[in-house]
Design a protein around this ligand. Structure first.
Ligand SMILES: C[S@@+](CC[C@H](N)C(=O)[O-])C[C@H]1O[C@@H](n2cnc3c(N)ncnc32)[C@H](O)[C@@H]1O
Length: 221
């Protein structure tokens, strides 16, 4: 699915979110900056926007990791254009079975990625394994607004408007219906924090953004 929508992914991301996705990524990276990470692994990096945002905090190395070669190709071209190839490297693979040794990274970042994992727990266990002791995971993911009227407005936009525009621009018949469905099915808030704790993370915290449309989760090994 992501191979299919890769050429239009960035445009649709910024258009459908009215640019707010950029603000959310920046906020998450600001939180990460307090930990001064050297080696960062950006899981489900897609076209690399979160990895590029992480470059602002001067890490030594960033690896962007994703299943979709076509999304990575868009990321590679962007990073070359920005002259960041010395810092950001892309690698293809499955985040539920990563080819990295234990305790390699100071930080893991993921934006809008964990929701797509086949098995959330095994993906998060992999995060725990490849992080150094006291390493942090910063996870940005869609969540569900709880209160009137944002909840109702959000449902209308997410289920009626967004799939229509997504289908027209990307020409993919299902990708942008999958998006709201996957958000509804995904554990957010305390439920997500419990999964992080279950796989071994401590100091778990969350910051809800824009009426709860998205949430930044923070967890430490
Ligand atoms: C919605 S995009 C997010 C891209 C990017 N992080 C961003 O902020 O725009 C989700 C990405 O997750 C990737 N993905 C889904 N499951 C994966 C897995 N098991 N391992 C690695 N990447 C995965 C997809 O290929 C896709 O590029």
């Amino acid at each position: 699915m992501f191979d299919n929508i890769a050429p239009k992914y960035d445009f649709l991301n910024h258009f459908l979110s009215l640019g707010i996705d950029r603000v959310w990524r920046k906020k998450a990276i600001r939180i990460l900056s307090e930990y001064h990470p050297g080696q960062i692994l950006d899981v489900a990096t897609g076209t690399g926007d979160f990895a590029i945002a992480a470059a602002q905090i001067n890490p030594k190395k960033i690896i962007g990791f994703d299943l979709s070669e076509k999304m990575l190709d868009v990321g590679r071209a962007k990073v070359e254009r920005l002259k960041m190839s010395w810092l950001i490297e892309f690698q293809k693979g499955d985040s539920e079975a990563m080819p990295f040794p234990d305790k390699q990274f100071d930080a893991i970042t993921v934006a809008f990625g964990v929701r797509n994992f086949e098995n959330l727990e095994s993906g998060l266990k992999e995060f725990f394994r490849v992080l150094k002791p006291e390493g942090v995971a910063v996870i940005l993911e869609f969540s569900k607004p709880k209160y009137f009227p944002m909840k109702q407005l959000y449902h209308f936009y997410f289920f009626r408007i967004l799939p229509l525009i997504g289908r027209m621009v990307s020409k993919d018949s299902s990708a942008y219906s999958y998006l709201p469905e996957s958000v509804m099915a995904f554990p957010d808030d305390q439920k997500f924090l419990s999964v992080l704790q279950k796989v071994g993370f401590s100091n778990t915290k969350q910051k809800r953004l824009t009426f709860g449309i998205a949430t930044i989760y923070l967890a430490q090994k």
